[in-house]
Write a protein that binds this ligand. Sequence first.
Ligand code: CDP
Length: 227
Amino acid sequence: MSGEKNIANIAVAIDGPAASGKSTVAKTLAKKLGLIMVNTGAMYRAVAWATLRDGVNPDDADAVIEMLGKVDFSCGVEDGVSTILVDGFYPGEELRQDAVNNRVSRVAAIPEVRKLLVAKQRDYLKLGSLVMEGRDIGSVVFPDTPFKIYIDASEEVRLARRSAEGLADEVAKRDAEDSKRKASPLVVADGAVVIDSSEMNIDEVVNAAMEVLRERGAPASMLDAVS
Ligand code: CDP
């Protein structure tokens, strides 16, 4: 016996609107702390990508649900970051194409899609402690975690960030769709700390997130792993 306690794995939930910087912050934080980083947006994008591949109308919920029964979405981890294969194929950068941007919010509004993906997201916690980013991580996927952060930024800043990436994404339209849908809309989860990143650089946001973890009692073993 080592005398060590079997400490349960910890989930850090990071939510926020499109292009708020949450992916970069989640990635940096996970790397710093040696945690797995899970990008749940990629999972919704993979379902949207599959509807394009299979010619399924994203507004026809029955057709999308039927597709879910036929397609294999397999989630894993590579180099500490989540991956998703669709029938064994890795769609990679294709997940960020305009055609996917344009339909992902509609596909994500279908409760059966969310049910399937939320189960896969919760499974990740069996692999280890993690940072998970998305829209409903603090509100639905891990509502009991004390480590909830909501990263916001003004619409102007978010549009500028997306176009600096060379992407013409209709961020405002997607946000409106994500916020007004019935199934798990984008909200500030109960107990989440809001960080407005409009005037902050990535290091400042990461430091603010670290402070939240410290204040909320993250174990020293996790905070001490900081590289
Ligand atoms: O990277 P960006 O912030 O633009 O978006 P994303 O995180 O890749 O998410 C793409 C879309 O997936 C969102 O606009 C939502 O419609 C949906 N999504 C969701 O409904 N729930 C999540 N937990 C994550 C993403």
